[in-house]
Design a protein around this ligand. Structure first.
Ligand code: SF4
Ligand code: F3S
Length: 106
């Protein structure tokens, strides 16, 4: 499955959700996750993310590996999202900031 990683937190552009053929994105307050039980690994969402937050599971950087379990767990309780939304007004300021996992609102 594909995995949403740290750079999505507080950026949350939501461009990714519109292209998913199986609607497997789920939304939290400041982050999105992919349900690994539904994702068919088509890969089309990767190119849509302006901050490069989405990776195939096998390519998730070592420092981001916790997000594999974060996606699997939160996808079970967060609601589905299939239409893009306006990003946070300060989204650009958070792009590439490290340590955002501490800011994840679950
Ligand atoms: Fe959806 Fe394809 Fe991305 Fe998986 S890889 S989340 S199926 S768009
Ligand atoms: Fe997040 Fe990128 Fe989608 S910032 S909401 S993974 S477009």
């Amino acid at each position: 499955a594909h995995v949403v990683t740290e750079n999505c937190i507080k950026c949350r552009y939501t461009d990714c959700v519109e292209v998913c053929p199986v609607d497997c994105f789920h939304e939290g307050a400041n982050f999105l996750v992919i349900d690994p039980n539904e994702c068919i690994d088509c890969g089309v969402c990767r190119a849509q993310c302006p901050v490069g937050a989405i990776y195939p599971a096998e390519d998730v950087p070592a420092a981001q590996y916790a997000f594999v379990a974060v996606n699997a767990t939160l996808a079970q309780s967060w609601p589905s999202i299939t239409r893009s939304q306006k990003p946070p007004v300060d989204a650009a300021r958070w792009a590439g900031v490290h340590g955002k996992i501490a800011l994840l609102e679950s």
